[in-house]
Design a protein around this ligand. Sequence first.
Ligand code: 26Q
Length: 834
Amino acid sequence: MTATSDTHASRQGFNLIQTPNLEMSTDAILEDLTHHFSRTLGRRAVRTKSPFIYQALVYAVRDRLIERWNRTNVAMERDDSRRVGYMSLEFLMGRLLNNALLNLELSDAASEALERLGMHLEDVADCEHDAGLGNGGLGRLAACFLDSCATLKLPVVGYGIRYQYGMFHQHIEDGRQIEEPDMWLRHGFPWEIERIELAQTIRFGGFSDSYTDHHGNLRVRWRGTHDVLAIPHDVPIPGYRNEVVNTLRLWSASGTSEFDLEEFNAGDYADAVAAKNAAENITMVLYPNATTETGRELRLRQQYFLASASLQDTLRDWCERHGRNFDDFAAKNCFQLNDTHPAVAVAELMRLLMDEYHLGWDEAWEITCRTMAYTNHTLLPEALEKWSVSLFGRLLPRILDIIYEINARFIGEVGQRWPGDEQRIARMSLIEEGPEPMVRMAYLAIVGSFSINGVAALHSELLQQGLFRDFFELWPERFNNKTNGVTQRRWLAACNPDLARLITGKIGSNWVVNLDELEGLRAHADDQAFQTSWRNIKYANKSRLAKVIHKRCHQSIDPAMMFDVQVKRIHEYKRQILNVLHAIHLYDRIMRGDNDVVPRAIIIGGKAAPGYVMAKNVIKFINNVARVINRSSLTKDKLRLVFFPDYNVTAMELICPAADLSEQISTAGKEASGTGNMKFMMNGALTIGTLDGANVEIREAVGEEHFFLFGLTVDEIATRRASYDPSSIIAADQDFSRVMKLLESSHFNQFEPGVLDPIIQSIRNPHDEWMTAADFRSFVDAQSRVEAVYKDPQEWTRKSILNTAASGRFSTDRTMRDYNNDIWQLTPIDPDRA
Ligand code: 26Q
């Protein structure tokens, strides 16, 4: 055997893949579970709810994933597959066990194996901590994408960060949010495999320096750097019953030994240890999405760390398989940037290709622009990332050089297209001039990408006509829309098993991989028996949620009430305030003796970024109003307001199957897409919403008569803004006036003078960016239409069925097909041939 084929053989592991498959039977799972419990984990006594039984089960499942993982990787190498690196600072995975069992078709075997030990799968699965490596929508979207890519057999690798502390835990004290660290790794993370052999070195600081190489070429070196090691931890991502297992590669930072030694020799041991600590700080904690926030330098370090490690990893793998020939690199690789967070990858790929692999500028730029693609997730101008040039220069001097050069050439191009249009050049420059010059990361992403997309039709349209208008005029062909979705495996099949069974009984089980087949439910929407089953399942799911709420919030709610739910990050633009104003209005109606109020439980959940003062005020507002409403004897059977604490992925799996009404009430033009709206719809909730984000498409899909629309449109918001006068709107509306009177008379803050003043002021502020008061009347009227329909259970159930039936378009399977057809152009993996 030659040296090359030997390397080839050992890298691909022929012996491993020839091992016969592990069995999938109950007996085999029980045997492996026992083996791992006693041998791998060294435990004897079996206790119910033991985290070690959970771990042993994960190992038994992981063994079976690894076989398929190896075969998937062998097939990708064999076929030299074109592949995508999905780069994201966030992957909000939640729990992995149920998903792996479902996708490997092992749920029954695992459940029976545990029953033989006197345990229940549900209890064991409850031992798993959420992998909360994300803030909200953007992070959860990345997780849904991975599930769908594996299911569609698309060769997509997720690249992310292995934060030691994920999304903080929230608890409520005196109505206020208290944050607690999320120590999700305390008992280890049994899904991951550390691959120390694939570690990469990441450089920070120092200076750039030019020199002449042996061939007389002028080159640049980045010297005097402080280096950090990036260590990959791989998490298996199984496709749905298709033998494919993709990879989520999470990087963890560690001090390099070289660096420690250097400091140590200089005589300063303490400094060396401090430097190692500083290195490990990089992946210590997930950043909350606050716009006003400290410690931003660490955030830029995280971004560069992810971009550099992931690109170096791809280039290493490329060179192992192709040598230093980059002719086909762009044909075989694509990087999808999840917002601007990893956008520094554009400059980093240029640096690696030029400084490390000695390509010329033009060749490197061609490769960069043919491989990078950028997804935007926000229209809020304050959320657009900018980094000061001075910080960049200090932390990443070589990268700043490259950004300046990209900008110089880009501005040249703009100048050619629009000669003499200096204003346009200033608007489009990657550098925002001013007392503190800033690098505009979105513009860097746009200039370096062949594809730029928004996440819902309206959002993409607004990007092209507003935020990125200049760029759209220059390169219209680069812009496209990719409407978000959610994976029905987690968000229907796994989280709502009773409904899933009912649906499968009517239309077969293929909807699990082809969600459009839910259309088949339309034919049964009027079937009385089917409606009754549908209603009974919703009722059971509501009872399940009510029990948890009772346990966690000491609040009894009757499952017969309408469950009116708004769960999402707390943000002014999402207008939780408007929801509470409606709750106060219902309270006021009940207090005035209105007996027609439809019994309703309003459930609100979500976390406020720790530095976002107003969002924290909103939480206080919700809890104060809840306390008064829930204490009154008059509201007892009519109205409950509950703040659900520590909302996360696992909570949503309990909540969305139990919702009757889904609140999607953002100010038009502010919510890029929303994805919670899709989870609720899939589980048969009706939506009350504005014409914002994907609500527009949800309404189109289900039909306007089955969607409770209210509020100003994007255009109306823009026209009204100049003359917006909330106090006159309030004065002209009796219901609104009464609500404000209660609020302003300290009815909800009797012994806390002034605590709700910021809320009151924001509602009355003529410059209120979110124009809450403008939509009050229309919201209350829409809620009255909701009541009228809810009073007719058959009509409500019919609409509920029709909502689920129309949710097919909102599968991430469709989203990923769209990305693949228009952007990625990948060929599915064929592991069976391996
Ligand atoms: C930025 C700088 C510093 C620190 C943190 C951040 C940061 C982190 C996270 C900024 C934004 C985010 C998250 C944004 C997000 O979740 N956006 C949501 O993306 C969803 C998926 O596309 C959409 O459905 C939502 O509409 C959008 O709000």
